[in-house]
Design a binder for this molecule. Structure first.
Ligand code: AMP
Ligand code: MG
Length: 391
Protein backbone atom coordinates (compact mmCIF):
# COMPACT_ATOMS: atom_id res chain seq x y z
CA UNK A 1 0.00 0.00 0.00
CA UNK A 2 1.48 3.34 -1.01
CA UNK A 3 0.36 6.90 -0.16
CA UNK A 4 -1.92 8.49 -2.73
CA UNK A 5 0.60 11.19 -3.64
CA UNK A 6 3.14 8.50 -4.47
CA UNK A 7 0.63 6.57 -6.57
CA UNK A 8 -0.24 9.71 -8.51
CA UNK A 9 3.44 10.56 -9.05
CA UNK A 10 4.16 6.99 -10.21
CA UNK A 11 1.34 7.09 -12.75
CA UNK A 12 2.19 10.57 -14.02
CA UNK A 13 5.89 9.76 -14.34
CA UNK A 14 5.13 6.78 -16.56
CA UNK A 15 2.90 8.72 -18.97
CA UNK A 16 4.49 9.06 -22.42
CA UNK A 17 3.42 12.10 -24.42
CA UNK A 18 1.00 11.33 -27.28
CA UNK A 19 1.49 12.68 -30.82
CA UNK A 20 -0.12 15.83 -32.14
CA UNK A 21 -2.79 16.22 -34.81
CA UNK A 22 -4.28 19.27 -36.55
CA UNK A 23 -7.61 20.66 -35.41
CA UNK A 24 -9.91 23.41 -36.71
CA UNK A 25 -10.39 26.43 -34.46
CA UNK A 26 -14.07 25.76 -33.85
CA UNK A 27 -13.37 22.16 -32.79
CA UNK A 28 -10.58 22.98 -30.36
CA UNK A 29 -12.47 23.54 -27.09
CA UNK A 30 -10.97 21.42 -24.32
CA UNK A 31 -8.10 20.18 -26.47
CA UNK A 32 -4.47 20.49 -25.38
CA UNK A 33 -2.45 22.87 -27.51
CA UNK A 34 0.29 21.03 -29.42
CA UNK A 35 2.46 24.00 -30.42
CA UNK A 36 3.44 27.47 -29.22
CA UNK A 37 1.27 30.10 -30.87
CA UNK A 38 2.70 33.51 -31.82
CA UNK A 39 0.93 36.56 -33.14
CA UNK A 40 1.27 37.57 -36.81
CA UNK A 41 0.17 41.13 -35.98
CA UNK A 42 0.45 43.86 -33.36
CA UNK A 43 -2.59 44.03 -31.10
CA UNK A 44 -4.18 46.47 -31.39
CA UNK A 45 -2.96 46.71 -34.99
CA UNK A 46 -3.36 50.53 -34.95
CA UNK A 47 -4.06 53.25 -32.37
CA UNK A 48 -7.78 52.87 -31.85
CA UNK A 49 -10.47 54.63 -29.91
CA UNK A 50 -11.77 52.92 -26.77
CA UNK A 51 -14.92 55.07 -26.71
CA UNK A 52 -17.64 56.63 -28.80
CA UNK A 53 -16.80 60.36 -28.63
CA UNK A 54 -14.50 62.99 -30.09
CA UNK A 55 -10.80 62.64 -30.88
CA UNK A 56 -9.01 65.89 -30.00
CA UNK A 57 -5.97 67.51 -28.35
CA UNK A 58 -5.97 67.51 -24.58
CA UNK A 59 -4.66 71.06 -24.43
CA UNK A 60 -7.76 72.29 -26.35
CA UNK A 61 -10.33 70.90 -23.90
CA UNK A 62 -11.11 74.34 -22.43
CA UNK A 63 -12.29 75.65 -25.81
CA UNK A 64 -15.18 74.82 -28.17
CA UNK A 65 -14.02 72.35 -30.82
CA UNK A 66 -14.82 72.39 -34.51
CA UNK A 67 -15.87 68.94 -35.86
CA UNK A 68 -13.87 67.91 -38.97
CA UNK A 69 -15.41 64.53 -39.85
CA UNK A 70 -16.99 61.36 -38.46
CA UNK A 71 -14.73 58.29 -38.32
CA UNK A 72 -16.46 54.90 -38.27
CA UNK A 73 -14.79 51.65 -37.18
CA UNK A 74 -12.91 50.18 -40.13
CA UNK A 75 -12.54 53.57 -41.83
CA UNK A 76 -9.31 55.53 -42.48
CA UNK A 77 -9.41 59.10 -41.05
CA UNK A 78 -9.28 61.67 -43.86
CA UNK A 79 -8.23 64.71 -41.82
CA UNK A 80 -5.35 65.67 -39.54
CA UNK A 81 -6.44 67.54 -36.42
CA UNK A 82 -5.19 71.01 -35.67
CA UNK A 83 -5.75 73.54 -32.89
CA UNK A 84 -9.32 73.58 -31.48
CA UNK A 85 -10.45 70.83 -33.83
CA UNK A 86 -11.90 67.37 -33.23
CA UNK A 87 -13.30 64.44 -35.18
CA UNK A 88 -16.30 62.44 -34.11
CA UNK A 89 -15.09 58.88 -33.60
CA UNK A 90 -16.63 55.47 -32.90
CA UNK A 91 -15.27 52.75 -30.62
CA UNK A 92 -12.68 50.69 -32.50
CA UNK A 93 -12.06 53.37 -35.17
CA UNK A 94 -8.47 54.55 -35.88
CA UNK A 95 -7.46 57.69 -34.01
CA UNK A 96 -6.68 60.52 -36.49
CA UNK A 97 -3.27 62.20 -36.78
CA UNK A 98 -2.88 65.09 -34.36
CA UNK A 99 -5.23 63.75 -31.66
CA UNK A 100 -3.87 62.69 -28.27
CA UNK A 101 -7.10 61.75 -26.53
CA UNK A 102 -10.74 60.80 -27.07
CA UNK A 103 -13.43 62.41 -24.94
CA UNK A 104 -16.54 60.34 -24.29
CA UNK A 105 -19.72 61.51 -25.96
CA UNK A 106 -21.31 61.47 -22.47
CA UNK A 107 -18.81 64.21 -21.44
CA UNK A 108 -19.80 66.61 -24.22
CA UNK A 109 -22.55 68.87 -25.50
CA UNK A 110 -22.88 70.90 -28.69
CA UNK A 111 -23.06 74.70 -28.65
CA UNK A 112 -25.41 76.68 -30.91
CA UNK A 113 -22.98 76.61 -33.80
CA UNK A 114 -22.46 72.83 -33.55
CA UNK A 115 -19.07 72.99 -31.83
CA UNK A 116 -18.21 70.46 -29.15
CA UNK A 117 -17.87 71.51 -25.50
CA UNK A 118 -16.15 69.27 -22.96
CA UNK A 119 -18.37 69.15 -19.87
CA UNK A 120 -16.37 66.96 -17.48
CA UNK A 121 -13.55 67.85 -15.09
CA UNK A 122 -11.03 65.44 -16.54
CA UNK A 123 -10.73 62.53 -18.98
CA UNK A 124 -8.76 59.38 -19.56
CA UNK A 125 -6.86 59.20 -22.83
CA UNK A 126 -9.28 56.53 -24.14
CA UNK A 127 -6.86 55.37 -26.83
CA UNK A 128 -5.68 51.77 -27.15
CA UNK A 129 -2.18 52.10 -28.63
CA UNK A 130 -0.80 49.89 -31.38
CA UNK A 131 0.97 46.85 -29.93
CA UNK A 132 0.13 47.66 -26.30
CA UNK A 133 -1.48 44.23 -25.77
CA UNK A 134 0.76 42.07 -27.96
CA UNK A 135 3.68 42.63 -30.33
CA UNK A 136 3.98 40.86 -33.67
CA UNK A 137 5.89 37.50 -33.32
CA UNK A 138 5.29 37.44 -29.56
CA UNK A 139 4.25 34.00 -28.21
CA UNK A 140 0.67 34.43 -27.02
CA UNK A 141 -0.23 30.85 -26.03
CA UNK A 142 2.15 28.14 -24.88
CA UNK A 143 2.08 24.47 -25.84
CA UNK A 144 0.16 22.16 -23.43
CA UNK A 145 -2.42 24.78 -22.52
CA UNK A 146 -5.95 23.41 -22.12
CA UNK A 147 -8.01 25.41 -24.59
CA UNK A 148 -10.88 27.40 -23.07
CA UNK A 149 -13.25 29.73 -24.96
CA UNK A 150 -11.11 32.79 -24.13
CA UNK A 151 -8.09 31.07 -25.72
CA UNK A 152 -10.15 30.45 -28.83
CA UNK A 153 -10.62 34.24 -29.10
CA UNK A 154 -6.84 34.69 -28.95
CA UNK A 155 -6.26 31.98 -31.57
CA UNK A 156 -8.81 33.67 -33.83
CA UNK A 157 -7.21 37.08 -33.29
CA UNK A 158 -3.80 35.86 -34.41
CA UNK A 159 -5.22 34.09 -37.44
CA UNK A 160 -4.89 30.46 -36.32
CA UNK A 161 -7.80 28.78 -38.05
CA UNK A 162 -6.02 25.41 -37.81
CA UNK A 163 -3.24 24.34 -35.48
CA UNK A 164 -1.78 21.35 -33.66
CA UNK A 165 -3.27 19.76 -30.54
CA UNK A 166 -2.35 16.62 -28.64
CA UNK A 167 -4.10 13.51 -29.84
CA UNK A 168 -6.85 12.43 -27.44
CA UNK A 169 -6.15 9.27 -25.45
CA UNK A 170 -8.32 6.33 -26.51
CA UNK A 171 -9.72 4.75 -23.36
CA UNK A 172 -11.25 1.27 -23.21
CA UNK A 173 -13.73 0.55 -20.41
CA UNK A 174 -14.47 -2.96 -19.14
CA UNK A 175 -16.88 -3.82 -16.32
CA UNK A 176 -16.50 -7.08 -14.43
CA UNK A 177 -19.00 -8.88 -12.24
CA UNK A 178 -21.41 -11.83 -12.44
CA UNK A 179 -24.01 -9.67 -10.68
CA UNK A 180 -24.08 -6.90 -13.27
CA UNK A 181 -26.76 -6.21 -15.88
CA UNK A 182 -27.03 -3.29 -18.28
CA UNK A 183 -29.21 -0.24 -17.48
CA UNK A 184 -31.77 -1.35 -20.09
CA UNK A 185 -32.56 -4.43 -18.00
CA UNK A 186 -34.54 -4.89 -14.81
CA UNK A 187 -32.06 -6.61 -12.52
CA UNK A 188 -33.05 -10.19 -11.70
CA UNK A 189 -32.75 -11.22 -8.00
CA UNK A 190 -29.36 -10.46 -6.44
CA UNK A 191 -28.18 -8.47 -9.44
CA UNK A 192 -27.50 -4.74 -9.86
CA UNK A 193 -27.22 -2.48 -12.85
CA UNK A 194 -23.82 -1.59 -14.23
CA UNK A 195 -23.40 2.08 -13.36
CA UNK A 196 -19.61 2.30 -13.29
CA UNK A 197 -19.01 1.84 -16.98
CA UNK A 198 -21.34 4.67 -17.89
CA UNK A 199 -20.01 6.91 -15.15
CA UNK A 200 -16.49 6.21 -16.41
CA UNK A 201 -17.60 6.79 -19.98
CA UNK A 202 -18.82 10.26 -18.97
CA UNK A 203 -15.70 10.97 -16.95
CA UNK A 204 -13.48 10.00 -19.89
CA UNK A 205 -15.43 12.30 -22.23
CA UNK A 206 -15.31 15.13 -19.68
CA UNK A 207 -11.53 14.64 -19.51
CA UNK A 208 -11.21 15.34 -23.25
CA UNK A 209 -10.55 11.68 -24.10
CA UNK A 210 -12.20 9.07 -26.34
CA UNK A 211 -14.01 6.24 -24.55
CA UNK A 212 -14.91 2.84 -25.96
CA UNK A 213 -17.05 0.45 -23.94
CA UNK A 214 -16.25 -3.27 -24.05
CA UNK A 215 -19.24 -4.54 -22.10
CA UNK A 216 -19.58 -6.57 -18.94
CA UNK A 217 -17.18 -9.45 -18.39
CA UNK A 218 -18.44 -12.19 -16.11
CA UNK A 219 -16.11 -13.09 -13.26
CA UNK A 220 -14.41 -15.69 -15.42
CA UNK A 221 -10.78 -15.60 -16.49
CA UNK A 222 -11.73 -16.16 -20.15
CA UNK A 223 -14.26 -13.33 -20.28
CA UNK A 224 -12.00 -10.79 -18.63
CA UNK A 225 -8.92 -11.94 -20.51
CA UNK A 226 -10.56 -11.76 -23.95
CA UNK A 227 -11.87 -8.25 -23.42
CA UNK A 228 -8.68 -7.00 -21.79
CA UNK A 229 -6.50 -8.35 -24.60
CA UNK A 230 -8.58 -6.63 -27.24
CA UNK A 231 -8.89 -3.38 -25.29
CA UNK A 232 -5.12 -3.23 -24.70
CA UNK A 233 -4.58 -3.56 -28.46
CA UNK A 234 -7.10 -0.90 -29.38
CA UNK A 235 -6.52 1.80 -26.75
CA UNK A 236 -3.94 3.93 -25.03
CA UNK A 237 -5.50 3.27 -21.63
CA UNK A 238 -7.74 0.50 -20.33
CA UNK A 239 -9.98 0.93 -17.30
CA UNK A 240 -11.22 -2.26 -15.66
CA UNK A 241 -13.73 -1.88 -12.89
CA UNK A 242 -14.46 -4.46 -10.22
CA UNK A 243 -12.77 -7.68 -9.29
CA UNK A 244 -9.71 -6.03 -7.77
CA UNK A 245 -10.19 -6.82 -4.08
CA UNK A 246 -9.65 -9.92 -1.99
CA UNK A 247 -12.79 -11.91 -2.89
CA UNK A 248 -12.66 -15.43 -4.30
CA UNK A 249 -13.87 -14.12 -7.67
CA UNK A 250 -11.66 -11.03 -7.85
CA UNK A 251 -9.66 -12.17 -10.84
CA UNK A 252 -8.64 -8.90 -12.41
CA UNK A 253 -5.10 -8.52 -10.96
CA UNK A 254 -4.08 -12.04 -12.00
CA UNK A 255 -5.39 -11.47 -15.51
CA UNK A 256 -3.60 -8.11 -15.75
CA UNK A 257 -0.37 -9.93 -14.84
CA UNK A 258 -1.10 -12.71 -17.32
CA UNK A 259 -1.37 -10.09 -20.09
CA UNK A 260 2.17 -8.97 -19.45
CA UNK A 261 1.18 -5.83 -17.58
CA UNK A 262 4.06 -4.53 -15.48
CA UNK A 263 2.27 -3.59 -12.24
CA UNK A 264 3.43 -0.35 -10.64
CA UNK A 265 1.09 -0.44 -7.64
CA UNK A 266 -1.81 -2.56 -6.42
CA UNK A 267 -3.05 -0.69 -3.35
CA UNK A 268 -3.28 2.94 -2.27
CA UNK A 269 -3.56 4.18 1.31
CA UNK A 270 -6.84 5.89 0.57
CA UNK A 271 -10.49 5.37 1.38
CA UNK A 272 -12.45 4.80 -0.76
CA UNK A 273 -10.40 3.15 -3.47
CA UNK A 274 -7.70 1.12 -1.71
CA UNK A 275 -7.46 -1.75 -4.24
CA UNK A 276 -6.70 0.55 -7.18
CA UNK A 277 -4.19 -1.06 -9.55
CA UNK A 278 -1.97 0.46 -12.19
CA UNK A 279 0.45 -1.06 -14.66
CA UNK A 280 2.14 -0.67 -18.03
CA UNK A 281 1.34 -2.93 -20.94
CA UNK A 282 3.43 -3.16 -24.10
CA UNK A 283 1.87 -0.14 -25.78
CA UNK A 284 -0.82 0.97 -23.36
CA UNK A 285 -1.61 1.54 -19.69
CA UNK A 286 -4.07 -0.26 -17.47
CA UNK A 287 -5.94 0.80 -14.35
CA UNK A 288 -7.86 -1.69 -12.24
CA UNK A 289 -10.48 0.35 -10.43
CA UNK A 290 -12.64 -0.80 -7.52
CA UNK A 291 -16.16 -1.90 -8.38
CA UNK A 292 -17.96 0.36 -5.95
CA UNK A 293 -19.13 3.39 -7.87
CA UNK A 294 -18.00 6.06 -5.38
CA UNK A 295 -14.51 4.50 -5.25
CA UNK A 296 -14.36 4.27 -9.02
CA UNK A 297 -15.61 7.85 -9.37
CA UNK A 298 -13.05 9.25 -6.96
CA UNK A 299 -10.08 7.26 -8.28
CA UNK A 300 -10.90 8.41 -11.79
CA UNK A 301 -11.16 12.05 -10.70
CA UNK A 302 -7.97 12.22 -8.68
CA UNK A 303 -5.76 9.64 -10.41
CA UNK A 304 -6.92 8.67 -13.91
CA UNK A 305 -7.99 12.14 -15.03
CA UNK A 306 -4.65 13.84 -14.32
CA UNK A 307 -2.99 10.83 -15.97
CA UNK A 308 -5.03 11.26 -19.18
CA UNK A 309 -4.12 14.94 -19.28
CA UNK A 310 -0.46 14.07 -18.69
CA UNK A 311 -0.57 11.84 -21.79
CA UNK A 312 -1.57 14.98 -23.65
CA UNK A 313 1.23 16.97 -21.99
CA UNK A 314 -1.00 19.01 -19.69
CA UNK A 315 -0.43 19.27 -15.92
CA UNK A 316 -3.94 19.29 -14.54
CA UNK A 317 -4.22 21.38 -11.41
CA UNK A 318 -7.02 20.51 -9.02
CA UNK A 319 -9.35 23.30 -8.05
CA UNK A 320 -9.26 23.85 -4.29
CA UNK A 321 -11.19 26.07 -1.95
CA UNK A 322 -10.56 27.07 1.66
CA UNK A 323 -13.59 26.52 3.86
CA UNK A 324 -14.60 26.11 7.49
CA UNK A 325 -16.41 23.03 8.78
CA UNK A 326 -20.05 24.05 9.24
CA UNK A 327 -20.74 20.81 11.14
CA UNK A 328 -18.77 18.24 13.09
CA UNK A 329 -17.37 15.32 11.11
CA UNK A 330 -16.56 12.23 13.19
CA UNK A 331 -15.12 9.11 11.57
CA UNK A 332 -13.47 5.93 12.78
CA UNK A 333 -9.71 6.69 12.61
CA UNK A 334 -8.28 4.80 9.65
CA UNK A 335 -4.85 3.69 8.45
CA UNK A 336 -5.67 5.35 5.13
CA UNK A 337 -6.51 8.96 4.34
CA UNK A 338 -10.28 9.21 4.07
CA UNK A 339 -12.00 11.28 1.40
CA UNK A 340 -15.45 12.54 2.38
CA UNK A 341 -17.91 14.11 -0.08
CA UNK A 342 -19.04 17.58 0.98
CA UNK A 343 -21.27 20.42 -0.10
CA UNK A 344 -20.51 24.11 0.29
CA UNK A 345 -22.59 26.13 2.77
CA UNK A 346 -23.11 29.90 3.02
CA UNK A 347 -20.26 31.98 4.44
CA UNK A 348 -17.34 29.86 3.17
CA UNK A 349 -18.56 26.80 5.06
CA UNK A 350 -18.56 23.17 4.08
CA UNK A 351 -20.58 20.24 5.39
CA UNK A 352 -20.30 16.49 4.90
CA UNK A 353 -23.08 14.84 2.92
CA UNK A 354 -25.13 11.95 4.16
CA UNK A 355 -22.66 9.27 3.03
CA UNK A 356 -22.78 5.56 3.86
CA UNK A 357 -19.62 4.52 2.07
CA UNK A 358 -18.27 3.61 -1.29
CA UNK A 359 -21.41 1.98 -2.70
CA UNK A 360 -23.55 5.02 -1.88
CA UNK A 361 -23.56 6.65 -5.29
CA UNK A 362 -26.58 8.78 -4.37
CA UNK A 363 -24.37 10.65 -1.88
CA UNK A 364 -22.57 12.22 -4.82
CA UNK A 365 -25.78 13.75 -6.14
CA UNK A 366 -25.11 17.05 -4.37
CA UNK A 367 -21.37 16.70 -3.83
CA UNK A 368 -19.40 19.82 -4.67
CA UNK A 369 -16.08 18.49 -3.50
CA UNK A 370 -14.19 16.20 -1.13
CA UNK A 371 -12.29 16.86 2.07
CA UNK A 372 -9.45 14.65 3.21
CA UNK A 373 -9.24 13.31 6.77
CA UNK A 374 -5.60 12.41 7.45
CA UNK A 375 -4.45 8.94 8.50
CA UNK A 376 -5.38 8.25 12.15
CA UNK A 377 -7.53 11.37 12.54
CA UNK A 378 -11.06 11.11 14.04
CA UNK A 379 -12.33 13.89 11.77
CA UNK A 380 -12.87 17.63 12.16
CA UNK A 381 -14.77 19.67 14.73
CA UNK A 382 -17.12 22.39 13.57
CA UNK A 383 -15.15 25.59 12.85
CA UNK A 384 -11.99 23.80 11.71
CA UNK A 385 -10.53 25.30 8.51
CA UNK A 386 -10.31 22.67 5.76
CA UNK A 387 -9.19 22.46 2.17
CA UNK A 388 -12.00 21.40 -0.18
CA UNK A 389 -10.95 19.66 -3.35
CA UNK A 390 -13.64 20.92 -5.70
CA UNK A 391 -15.40 18.79 -8.29
P1 AMP B 1 -15.77 -5.74 -6.69
O1 AMP B 1 -14.71 -4.68 -6.81
O2 AMP B 1 -15.94 -6.51 -7.95
O3 AMP B 1 -15.56 -6.59 -5.49
O4 AMP B 1 -17.13 -4.97 -6.48
C1 AMP B 1 -17.36 -4.20 -5.32
C2 AMP B 1 -18.80 -3.77 -5.27
O5 AMP B 1 -19.07 -2.92 -6.36
C3 AMP B 1 -19.80 -4.89 -5.38
O6 AMP B 1 -20.88 -4.63 -4.51
C4 AMP B 1 -20.23 -4.85 -6.82
O7 AMP B 1 -21.52 -5.36 -7.00
C5 AMP B 1 -20.16 -3.38 -7.11
N1 AMP B 1 -19.88 -3.18 -8.53
C6 AMP B 1 -18.91 -3.78 -9.23
N2 AMP B 1 -18.91 -3.38 -10.52
C7 AMP B 1 -19.91 -2.49 -10.62
C8 AMP B 1 -20.43 -1.74 -11.71
N3 AMP B 1 -19.90 -1.80 -12.93
N4 AMP B 1 -21.48 -0.90 -11.47
C9 AMP B 1 -22.01 -0.82 -10.23
N5 AMP B 1 -21.56 -1.51 -9.18
C10 AMP B 1 -20.53 -2.35 -9.36
MG1 MG C 1 -16.90 -8.14 -8.58
Amino acid sequence: MIPFEKALRTALDSAQLLDTEPVALQDSLGRILGEDISSDIDMPPFDKSAMDGYACRRKDLETPLEVLETIAAGQKPARTLGKNQCSKIMTGAPVPQGADCVIMVEHTRLDASGRVLFTAEETNTNICYQGEDVRRDQVVLKRFLRIQPQHIAILATVGKARFLVSRRPRVGIIATGDELVEPTQTPPPFSIRNSNSYQLYGQVLAAGSLPTYYGIAKDSAEEIDGRLRRALQENDVVLLSGGVSMGDFDLTPAIMARNGIDMKFDAIAIKPGKPTHFGLAERSYCFGLPGNPVSSFLQFEILVKPFLYKLMGHDLRALRSQAVMAEDLAIKPCDRETWIPVRMTPGHGTAPLNYHGSAHIHALDHAEGFIVVPVGSPGFARGTPVDVRCL
